[in-house]
Design a protein around this ligand. Sequence first.
Ligand SMILES: [Zn+2]
Length: 181
Amino acid sequence: MKKSTELFLAHFLYPLLVIAVLAIGNMIISRINTGDFLTYFSKLRLYHWLLLSFAVFLVFIIGKLTDTSKRNPALSMPSMGPIKSGRPTYRELGEHLYEGVLWPISQRTDLPANVVPSPEDYRVEVPPRCPTCKTDLDQRKIFGGRIVWSCPRGDFQIVKSSNYNVFQETVQKLVRGELRK
Ligand SMILES: [Zn+2]
């Protein structure tokens, strides 16, 4: 979302929405209880208006806080340092041959330009790929609880003790270990 749109939503539209919802709620209750949409408006006391103003004020403050944390991630998440808030994004870097298959390796892309990626910024993805044609492998259970990892193209298959998600973390540890050397 564009910054200007966010500001508009937080500072203008959300408070307006709250007023609209409260007003409509008031009208519906008024209609149910008195048969007239507007009767309750004339019965509104000062404290009703104070409550309403307070609700609008709260929404405004919440909007303001969300906006501040977006602009200034270091402020809301001091432990994260200069790294942007939200989910990290990754881009594929290459493949690592392990257990006879190719494991895609991704690198984090949302780091600031001046930060050198650490081994923890690399991730091993699943499914692993066929070492012959690089197609994503399928897996299926066979007799005896063993798992076959096979290429949908039919040019490769290998029997393993468990599914490839179990191997993912091990491969990731090995790759990160390599990167620390
Ligand atoms: Zn293949």
